[in-house]
Design a protein around this ligand. Structure first.
Ligand code: UDP
Length: 346
């Protein structure tokens, strides 16, 4: 297949490109390099010169995206390109809405006009468990039919874009030209490619696992736990951490198994929750290093506890996380960050 991966130079997008290329597909990566990196694009181009190309553009640049879709006869789009920090979205919601929704519509316009006006055949969207907000009682672990009530602008951008996509899929069905639409609601993603080629490199880095590893390796003096008074067993937030390669595997399954005409949403998470303290303990075990932990106020927009009920994705896509041991997930992240203390700039 010929696949456009938006956000290809980012953490998850680059891992998706790598997996698709390994599976023998043709892949076009598209990224504005605002937070993504040229280095993984170069590494993938060197490894797969005949089947990978990279376009430096905004997802909302409809003309460039359309030209790219047509040039490469793309039939499938995986849309990873977005801003993805909960705290930042609370600070600057309009930026998040403009980037994640308005630019996304620009991408959809191109998808609609591609293939001589017939439109692309498959669209897979990176949605988020942040669309659920704080699930009501009895809804944790979280199933896909849980009410979606985000607690942050970031979560709303993902939820609104799900609605936009569903309306677009309806239009295509009514025009007798259906599309396969999959929305994958990720829980927390961690770890890196086990060959050591790709990793997680964010500026600023705010995610718990890499921040903890930076503390363990001395790159930062300490870290803060944002809130220790949550109604959870140890007072800190609980999340479900899925390994990035398992997450990417869910995308390939969605591409292969969701049929044209279907609109599907799946949660992607291992089905077990870990508290912030448990993650930090894991980082200490894996690194063998202790580090200073401050306990500070809650971070705006954080949900209390979120972990997945993986029943639907297991039964309908046959997906199951291969790596479920938290130390194993953390050790893949640790291996890359130890050898790349400055990320791709190392
Ligand atoms: N967290 C924390 N300290 C940090 C970074 C994150 O206590 O330096 C907490 C955060 O409040 C949340 C959990 O760790 O409860 C996971 O946060 P992360 O930013 O990794 O992912 P998110 O859940 O926001 O997608």
């Amino acid at each position: 297949m010929s696949i456009l991966v938006t956000g290809s130079a980012g953490y998850i997008g680059s891992h998706a490109c790598q997996r698709l290329l390994r599976d023998g597909h043709r892949v076009v990566g598209l990224d504005n390099l605002f937070r993504g990196h040229q280095a993984p694009m170069d590494l993938l181009s060197e490894a797969h010169p005949d089947r990978f190309s990279f376009v430096h553009a905004d997802v909302g640049d409809t003309d460039r995206v359309l030209a790219t879709l047509d040039e490469h006869q793309v039939d499938t789009v995986m849309h990873f390109g977005a801003l993805a920090y909960v705290g930042e979205s609370v600070e600057d919601p309009l930026w998040y809405y403009r980037n994640n929704i308005a630019m996304g519509i620009g991408l959809l316009d191109a998808c609609d006009q591609a293939q001589n006006g017939r439109g692309i055949s498959r669209f897979i969207f990176s949605s988020s468990c942040a669309t659920y907000g704080d699930p009501p009682e009895g809804m944790i672990p979280v199933p896909e039919h849980c009410p979606q009530a985000p607690t942050s602008p970031y979560g709303y951008t993902k939820l609104h874009f799900e609605h936009i996509l569903k309306d677009y899929a309806t239009k295509r069905r009514r025009a007798d030209n259906p599309i396969a639409l999959t929305m994958l609601r990720y829980f927390n993603v961690a770890g890196s490619d086990r060959t050591g080629m790709l990793g997680e490199d964010h500026t600023p880095e705010t995610h718990l696992v890499p921040v903890g590893i930076e503390a363990a390796t001395g790159k930062r003096d300490s870290l803060s736990i944002f809130g220790t008074d949550y109604p959870t067993p140890d007072g800190t937030c609980v999340r479900d951490y899925v390994h990035v390669e398992d997450l990417v595997d869910a995308h390939t399954r969605a591409m292969d198994r969701v049929e044209i005409g279907q609109v599907q949403a799946f949660n992607v998470g291992i089905g077990k929750g870990y508290s912030v303290r448990e993650i930090l303990d894991s980082i200490k075990r894996v690194s063998g290093n202790d580090f200073i932990i401050h306990e500070t106020d809650r971070r705006a927009g954080d949900a209390i506890a979120l972990y997945n009920d993986p029943s639907k994705i297991q039964s309908e896509l046959g997906w199951r996380a291969e790596i479920t041991d938290i130390d194993e997930i953390v050790s893949t992240a640790y291996a890359w960050l130890r050898t790349h203390p400055e990320g791709y700039g190392s």
